[in-house]
Design a binder for this molecule. Structure first.
Ligand code: CO
Ligand code: ZN
Length: 330
């Protein structure tokens, strides 16, 4: 799976600019899907047909990643920028970003007078090596993603945009391994999650599913001075009970837990105090949808070295296959 993970996490795809990621995912799923569709926002939707006895199930994993967008260029050729999604100022200085055309920039900051302080985002700039505004190869409105190669150390996998390319990988693998299902399953590779779960919202409105399950990362409580949280890296997929945008459907949580227990898969129960996922927009779409989320434990979320464990990834696929190959009675 590491080749596919590397390919997806290294791809360019800030929210609203997911085309490259979509074109990498499409050939992976085409042989296994009964139908493929791209909607007006850019969501890629793969339908896997059921035997007619089950429910309509939407699986969502987001293709987009956090990034930056050029807001203004100084006459000396430095780019000021705004954030696309939740970019933390302390992850900026010294990092590199890449634009759609391949132009690479390094991030500098205005003079730091207090060493312990972190400048806000607006006191940073991108240097693409231009000598002036006129010769700058980048324009106002151009978006960039962070640049960082994939790293595998044993089972620990680090990259920018594990959030949520790892969810995309889990969706792809599940579609590949799901030989038979009672359900009409729609795998949605969604857009614009990092700016408010917008892609999943329109996809859920189109599909009107009975059940929605998001695949996304969650934070962990297992690093020094972490916010206390009962999720550790490597201890199995986390079944979401609550985050700051959603309380998962109680019956669906029960089924997820039951399937994990029956198949002897490791799992953890997740209560995330800050953040939400596409499951929130699925839950409150149409007349309401039974929604839940399988979360992949991840350290350093929204940094350029988001770190997951390969065993958790594998067990997330196993759990989702278990859920989708059996009846779902809510
Ligand atoms: Co995120
Ligand atoms: Zn995410």
């Amino acid at each position: 799976m590491n080749d596919l993970i590397k390919k997806l996490v290294e791809a360019y795809g800030p929210s609203g600019f997911e085309d490259n990621v979509r074109e990498l995912i499409r050939p992976e799923i085409e042989p296994f899907a009964d139908e493929l569709l791209v909607d007006a926002l850019g969501n890629l939707i793969a339908h896997k047909k059921g035997d007619g006895s089950g429910l309509k199930v939407m699986i969502a994993a987001h293709m987009d990643e956090i990034g930056v967008m050029v807001s203004h260029i100084t006459k000396e050729g430095f780019l000021r920028f705004t954030n696309i999604g939740g970019v933390y100022p302390h992850t900026l200085l010294g990092n590199r970003v890449q634009f759609a055309d391949g132009t690479i920039g390094v991030i500098g900051s205005d003079r730091i007078t207090e060493r312990g302080a972190v400048h806000p985002l607006e006191k940073h700039f991108i240097d693409v090596g231009a000598a002036s505004r006129e010769t700058c190869p980048v324009n106002v409105g151009d978006a960039a993603g962070f640049l960082r190669p994939f790293l595998a150390q044993g089972t620990r996998l680090s990259a920018k945009s594990m959030d949520d390319r790892i969810g995309c990988v889990i969706a792809i693998e599940t579609l590949k391994r799901l030989s038979e299902t009672p359900h009409e399953v729609y795998f949605v590779f969604s857009v614009q999650e990092e700016v408010g779960c917008r892609g999943a919202q329109v996809a859920a409105n189109r599909l009107d599913p009975d059940v929605g399950i998001a695949l996304d990362v969650t934070t962990t409580g297992d690093v020094p001075e972490a916010r206390p949280m009962a999720v550790d890296l490597g201890k199995g997929p986390a079944i979401k009970v609550k985050d700051s945008g959603m309380i998962a459907h109680v019956g669906l949580v029960k089924i997820m837990r039951q399937r994990a227990e029956e198949a002897n898969l490791p799992f953890q129960m997740e209560v995330l105090e800050a953040g939400t996922t596409d499951a929130r927009s699925i839950q409150i779409s149409n007349g309401g949808t039974a929604a839940g989320c399988i979360s992949i434990p991840c350290r350093y979320v929204h940094s350029q070295s988001e770190t997951v464990d390969a065993n958790d990834v594998e067990n997330s696929v196993n759990l989702l296959v278990e859920i989708l190959s059996k009846p779902i009675v809510l």
